[in-house]
Design a protein around this ligand. Structure first.
Ligand SMILES: Nc1ncnc2c1ncn2[C@@H]1O[C@H](COP(=O)(O)OP(=O)(O)O)[C@@H](O)[C@H]1O
Ligand SMILES: Cc1ncsc1CCOP(=O)(O)O
Ligand SMILES: [Mg+2]
Length: 280
């Protein structure tokens, strides 16, 4: 196991031992799946939305995950209250800009959150991240367009990280994550993740669980992407001829079964300097 893989494995053990509380302000489609996925990973989920309580919940959480999937003006206002409380108490804030670019309201709301809250990590598909920095890419509702391949995601992630001044993760057939200096490419997963709703949303909350136990957000995010990819790969291998329903169940089981050595043979992480070649 490489030194990086050893560090990532240590973070899974920390999540399991510390069972961090992850405060999710998420969308109505994925709420149950997100809570079950966080439980399977070993974290403690809570969903709380009322403006009267979000500041109090965010400050006792290990991480706050803001997800605009079924947003309203009132909900975005509450997210900002929660985000500012998290910032004031040293709690990392993660943003999933679901459907940014599909409508101006989604793009503007994501940018407003990023202006008013110090966001530690943004995770989205390539189309969502591109639209956050004013670049155009095809998006259909909450999904990246059909023309989407993983080509160019690394460069896009670096541009976005530098412009938005935060760690950026772009997911797809391959995942990339960068703080603008270091870039990591994570390979794993299973294409059936695109057939179950909430695969991206749960992933952002999983990244939140890792950020709750590791202040280096790039490292925490890498661990989350890698273990998520490994669980999906293992679920895929167990359900080869089956459809998304069986895959989803197997995936939750594999999140639960993850062990510190589960990356071996199931997910790979490559480290690059953002401007050049592989560093490890
Ligand atoms: N073609 C694919 N093959 C394997 N895994 C994929 C593929 N597309 C997406 N994934 C995985 O699905 C998860 C959700 O990513 P993505 O579909 O990009 O997010 P979203 O659902 O927010 O659009 C990530 O773990 C990603 O690695
Ligand atoms: C289908 C849908 N519509 C609004 S939010 C949502 C869920 C999106 O989940 P994900 O981005 O993880 O696929
Ligand atoms: Mg999404």
């Amino acid at each position: 196991m490489s030194l990086l893989e050893q560090k990532l494995s240590g973070l899974l053990t920390k999540v399991r031992n510390e069972k961090p509380l992850v405060h999710n302000m998420t969308n109505v489609v994925v709420t149950n799946f997100t809570a079950n996925g966080l439980y399977a990973l070993g974290a403690s989920p809570v969903m709380a939305y009322a403006p009267e309580e979000v500041a109090d919940m965010a400050k006792i959480a290990g991480a706050l995950v803001l997800n605009i999937g079924t947003l309203s003006r009132e909900q975005v206002d509450a997210m900002i209250i929660a985000g500012q409380s998290a910032n004031a108490h040293g709690v990392p804030v993660l943003l999933d800009p679901v459907g940014a670019g599909a409508t101006p309201f989604r793009t503007e709301s994501s940018l407003r959150i990023m202006q008013e809250v110090n966001v530690a990590l943004v995770r989205g598909n390539a189309a969502e991240i591109a639209h956050l920095i004013g670049e155009s890419r095809s998006i259909r509702g909450v999904d990246a367009g059909d023309d989407e391949s993983s080509s160019g995601h690394s460069e896009l992630a670096v541009r976005a990280s530098r412009k938005l001044d935060t760690v950026v993760a772009i997911t797809g057939a391959e995942d990339v994550i960068t703080d603008g200096d270091t870039l990591r490419v994570v390979r794993g997963g299973d294409a059936r993740l695109t057939k179950i709703t909430g695969a991206g949303c749960l992933l952002t909350s999983v990244l939140g669980a890792f950020a709750a136990v590791e202040p280096d957000v790039l490292l925490a995010g890498t661990a989350g992407l890698a273990f998520y990819g490994a669980a999906a790969f293992r679920a895929g291998a167990r359900t080869t001829d089956l459809g998304p329903g069986s895959f989803q169940t197997a995936f939750l089981d594999e999140l639960d079964r993850l062990a510190p050595d589960s990356l071996t043979g199931h997910a790979t992480v490559q480290d690059y300097a953002a401007t050049g070649g592989i560093t490890s």
